[in-house]
Design a protein around this ligand. Structure first.
Ligand SMILES: [Fe+2]
Ligand SMILES: [Fe+2]
Length: 278
């Protein structure tokens, strides 16, 4: 019998269970035949608290991936490096840039990673395509061509003391290949989930079988969902890939429900405490 891959949502914006706290952030635990891995670490130590309650042993994780340099994905990295004494953590080369968000009142808030961690010896910095082994691969460098999340407009990077629009070069995506199945995992899909899928297709000549992650169809600082017309087009595009989608976090519940109406069984929500086997 083929062993199934297990994916558990350690933390996400919502929770289906009273026992598991939730926060604006993302953290997934993934068990494959070769690896026990952590994909993102949420905004705080909450992912580790939930992991214990879900019988996930973070000290046994052999590899961590941080999707991009925002606190809601890498805020728990310090906790992870403390509870686990050996796993390497893979981050894109630019993950420790100085990232900010612009609030509706014009205030700029630091939303980057803890700069004190940058010299940690267990961090591995990636660029473009980074092959970890026969099962795992990371890629960055996706061009934001179309369906670019409007929420990106309020996200900035500080370069030489000047704030400018973030280009999300610090964002990487994970590919898992196991038993003939290919899984694509995105953190926030700031470069646009459609562009990420097209980049994937251009590189590999096929679409993934499963797509998991936040699709950034909600602008949190403005409390506004992506235009339903755009969400509809994205949903229709998703259907052409034939993949099964699991989404959460920055997709936002409103956009998710809209996608569900278009895609039916081809999309489901992954809430804190949920587990999927694929
Ligand atoms: Fe996020
Ligand atoms: Fe983000």
């Amino acid at each position: 019998m083929v062993r199934k891959m297990i994916i558990k949502a350690l933390v996400e914006n919502t929770s289906d269970y009273e026992a598991f706290g939730c926060e604006h952030g993302l953290s997934l635990y993934i068990e494959t035949s070769k690896h026990q891995l952590l994909f993102d670490s949420g905004a705080s130590a909450l992912f580790a608290e939930n992991a214990t309650k879900m019988q996930v042993d973070l000290s046994a994780v052999d590899l961590a991936v941080i999707s991009h340099g925002h606190y809601d994905h890498g805020g728990g990295l310090k906790t992870f490096l403390a509870v686990n004494n050996h796993a390497k953590a893979y981050l894109q080369q630019k993950a420790f840039g100085k990232y900010y968000s612009r609030k509706p009142n014009g205030e700029k808030k630091y939303i980057g990673l803890d700069q004190a961690l940058v010299a940690n010896e267990r961090l591995v910095f990636t660029e473009h395509q980074h092959i970890i082994d026969s099962e795992l691969e990371l890629f960055s460098g996706v061009k934001a061509n179309r369906f670019v999340p409007t929420g990106n407009q309020d996200l900035l990077v500080k370069v030489n003391d000047t704030l400018k629009q973030d280009d999300f070069a610090h964002e990487q995506n994970l590919i898992i290949k196991e038993d003939g199945k290919t899984i694509l995992i995105a953190g926030c899909a700031h470069n646009g989930i459609v562009n990420i899928l097209e980049h994937f297709y251009t590189e590999r000549g096929s679409m993934p079988d499963f797509v998991i992650g936040g699709f950034h169809l909600y602008n949190r600082s403005a409390d506004r969902s992506e235009n339903p017309k755009t969400v509809k087009q994205i949903g229709e595009y998703f259907l052409t890939t034939k993949a099964k989608f699991y989404t959460c976090h920055c997709t936002g519940l409103k956009s998710y429900r809209f996608l569900k109406g278009i895609m039916n069984e081809k999309i489901d929500y992954l809430s804190t405490g949920n587990e999927i086997k694929i």
